[in-house]
Design a binder for this molecule. Structure first.
Ligand code: R2B
Ligand code: URA
Length: 309
């Protein structure tokens, strides 16, 4: 087909592919995706993953398994949702489930954990020749001035000083990458939320930190080097800068997807309002229901895209 493409069609075709930004990859005879326990030599990646259109990632292995089972039901696919198989069963670093065109993967907690997963995921999508893929991070977060249970669609992922950038140390030097997310997908998700009943949703900035306790201004860690007033002052500044929630992966997720030409969105539920406290005190069943909200929203999005809703 490529031979018949005109120049601009060809460019469009290339643009829709998942791009890796590493010239060395082409020179490798085999690529071992170590933390997935998959490899280009032992697995036929185009056959296993070539039809993937939606990739959903989230911190917890159990939650991403439940999501796979949920989306199996929602898409009314044949077979028993209970029998979804972990593709990464050769390792317990991450889990991965494929349900029709949807891939559900866990990424653990924090920037280093999700960034290792994303290197291997983006290579996997590239090796599998996937096209037109949208990535979603479905997560939990601390709300900044929001009622618990509110879903936040991220318009920009920002760092500790509310800048839309991700800093990474490479060869001993800091390099900075932009963390802009796809505006169209965020808008489509907001539209989806308005079509669901009792679904409090906002769009806003998401602050990404490298710690859950002091790094997020909590007074309840094993260490605390600031006062209650200083905490509130920081949260107030964050709110004024447009930050509506705080979590631990969004900046690197946004930055890596952007560089590789992948459309991406971050959807996190707020488990608490950080102006009101630090401890997560809601009962277990309430927290479970909150964590299903990003899944319900993304499922609605996927069904609409597939013409099923
Ligand atoms: C949200 O929740 C986790 C910490 O509890 C972390 O992975 C995040 O981003
Ligand atoms: N996840 C976070 O990173 N922070 C919170 O406050 C809640 C969940």
């Amino acid at each position: 087909i490529l031979l018949n493409c005109t120049g601009s069609d060809h460019q469009e075709y290339i643009k829709q592919q998942v791009q890796v930004k590493n010239p060395y990859l082409d020179t490798m005879e085999e690529d071992i995706l170590y933390h997935f326990s998959l490899s280009t030599k032992t697995h036929n990646l185009p056959e296993m993953f070539g039809d993937i259109k939606f990739v959903c990632v989230g911190g917890s292995a159990n939650r991403m398994k439940s999501f796979a089972q949920f989306i199996h039901q929602e898409l009314k696919l044949p077979g028993n949702p209970e029998e979804v198989r972990d593709i990464c069963e050769g390792t317990d670093r991450y889990c991965m489930y494929k349900v029709g065109p949807v891939l559900s993967i866990s990424h653990g907690m924090g920037v280093p954990s999700i960034s290792i997963m994303l290197h291997e995921l983006i290579k996997l999508l590239h090796h599998a020749q996937c096209r037109d893929v949208v990535l979603f991070r479905l997560g939990t977060s601390g709300g900044v001035g929001l009622a618990p249970g509110t879903v936040v669609i991220t318009d920009k992922a920002v760092d500790y000083s509310f800048r839309p950038q991700f800093e990474q140390v490479v060869l001993g030097k800091v390099i900075t990458r932009s963390t802009e997310l796809d505006e169209g997908v965020a808008g489509e998700l907001l539209q989806c939320s308005s079509e669901l009943q009792n679904f409090p949703t906002v769009i806003g900035k998401t602050m990404c930190t490298h710690d859950f306790y002091e790094g997020q201004g909590r007074l309840d860690g094993a260490l605390c080097s600031f006062s209650h007033e200083e905490k509130l002052e920081y949260l107030r500044k964050a709110y004024e800068a447009g930050v509506r929630n705080i979590e631990m992966e969004s900046t690197v997720f946004a930055a890596m997807c952007r560089v590789c030409g992948l459309k991406a969105a971050v959807i996190c539920v707020a488990l608490l309002n950080r102006f009101e406290g630090d401890q997560i005190t809601s009962p277990h069943d309430v927290l479970v229901e909150y964590q299903q909200r990003p899944q319900v929203l993304v499922s609605h999005f996927i069904k609409k895209r597939l013409g099923l809703a």
